[in-house]
Design a protein around this ligand. Structure first.
Ligand code: PEP
Ligand code: CO
Length: 449
């Protein structure tokens, strides 16, 4: 455990993005209750993921991380959860083709309930109320009662995370992800998309290779049909994260067992702040969002604090610059990290730098901007002798209309039809799968160079 660190040492540091609860005694009672509840994941799973992320940093695996910008408590339903697993699984199959290495699947779910906001207050028609900060904190309806931070939601969030994870584990264990039946994962998309033939060819190839391995190599089915899913969320609400931080006794290491893979958001990544203090002491692999304002000095200082031992798999740097800025912002950071003798897994989040607001005031993202940032991320890393080792998306398994573009050419007029996000716009399932196919193509082209 690092010197001077305790699960609550963050309390002595300046804290950003934390809700102003009306009653501290009530908050404390709820946090004490959370501390008694069992953890949601095990330290052995967390360590297994860290080893896989170290492999990805070394070029032996590729990371696919994705899910909603913010989960909602009322999305904790069988169909929504199944659709999220399904789209991640389909994307991962497509990506394996391009990457030619195993793909690590990490959901932004089972705990992605707290959101950082740029403004503390929201004003409508002259009335100002606290901003909606995710279902773990308050509710989106624009009333005083709904927007008041409610500590009971911390318990509800823990329960919803546990139910989600429980169902995911049941599906995975029960054969949902059995690679022998990729045809079960067909989407309506396949009928409409210009990429339909590619997808069907891929499904056939997977079936052929499975039969090849089983028949020719004599591999036992159990060895090759298992697929893993890990979960991640932004470690934002420190009262909640602290309550789920547990000491693993023989190793004397503290783990955040609310999730496998927590990340530090862009707005809470200052080196002296409460979030970095909390994260430096936990043994989990850590994601760090990196934006256009990051300097090489700041990034190296953060890495020294969060990962003094340069431990394999510890740090994943998730860059999100925007398609217009990445070519200028990325190279100095990659060079600085390399010159410092550090290893990190570099991942592109092509969503958060490409948000725009339509003339009607709707938040959206354009498919080609997202793809543009990703393609530049692959090329820029390759040109520097580095490697893009993963991708991070905001997506959903539902047929929403929140991002424009893609094979069906969604326009701004289409956004009103099925816009459900309370926060950032997500790729819908067709756009997400199409994106995976286009990146697989890009990786194939890079590999053959
Ligand atoms: C997010 O991932 O939803 C998010 C808020 O991202 P960032 O911290 O990069 O702005
Ligand atoms: Co977001």
């Amino acid at each position: 455990m690092p010197a001077g660190w305790f699960p609550d040492s963050w309390r002595a540091r300046p804290r950003l993005q934390q809700p102003a609860y009306a009653c501290q005694a009530e908050l404390r009672a709820i946090v004490d209750e959370l501390k008694q509840l069992p953890p949601l994941v095990s330290p052995w799973e967390v360590d297994a993921l860290k080893t896989q992320l170290a492999d990805a940093a070394a070029g032996r695996r590729f990371l696919l991380q994705g899910g909603d910008c913010a989960e909602r408590f009322n999305d904790c339903r069988a169909d929504t959860i199944t659709n999220k697993l399904k789209i991640l699984l389909q994307m991962s199959l497509v990506l394996v083709e391009g990457a030619q290495v195993p793909v690590i699947r990490v959901g932004r779910f089972a705990g992605q309930y707290a959101k950082p906001r740029s403004e503390d207050m929201e004003t409508r028609d002259g009335v100002s109320l606290a901003s909606y900060r995710g279902d773990l904190v308050n509710r989106p309806e624009f009333t005083e009662a709904a927007r008041a931070p409610d500590p009971h939601l911390l318990l509800r969030g823990y329960s919803r995370s546990a139910m989600t994870l429980n169902y995911i584990r049941a599906l995975v264990k029960g054969g949902f992800a059995d690679l022998h039946h990729p045809e079960y994962w067909d989407l309506d998309f396949v009928a409409h998309s210009p990429l339909a033939q590619d997808y069907q060819r891929l499904v056939r190839r997977i079936g052929d290779s499975l039969r090849f391995m089983e028949n020719i190599l004599g591999a036992r089915p159990g060895e090759i049909q298992e697929v893993d899913f890990y979960v991640s969320h932004e470690g934002l609400l420190l009262d909640y994260e602290e309550a789920q931080t547990r000491l693993l006794t023989p190793a004397r290491r503290w783990y955040n067992l609310s999730t496998h893979f927590p990340w530090i958001g862009l707005r809470t990544s200052e080196a002296d702040g409460a979030h970095v203090e909390y994260f430096r002491g936990i043994a989990n692999p850590i994601g760090l969002k990196v934006g256009p304002a990051a300097t090489p000095e700041q990034l190296l200082r953060l890495l020294n604090t969060l990962d003094p031992a340069n431990e394999p798999g510890r740090m994943t740097l998730i860059h999100r610059f925007g398609h217009g800025r990445i070519a200028e912002c990325l190279p100095p950071l990659v060079q600085a990290v390399r010159q410092a003798g550090r290893t990190a897994l570099w991942v592109s989040d092509p969503m958060h730098g490409n948000t725009r607001v339509t003339s009607d005031g709707v938040k959206t993202r354009e498919f080609d901007d997202i793809l543009g940032e990703l393609e530049q991320a692959f090329d820029t890393h390759a040109a520097l002798g580095s490697r893009l080792g993963g991708v991070h998306f905001e997506l959903t398994g539902e047929n929403v209309t929140e991002c424009t573009g893609g094979a069906r050419g969604l326009s701004e007029e289409d956004l009103g039809r099925a816009y459900r996000s309370e926060v950032d716009p997500r790729l819908n399932c067709e756009q997400a799968l199409e994106m995976a196919m286009l990146i697989a193509r890009k990786m194939t082209a890079l590999n053959s160079r």
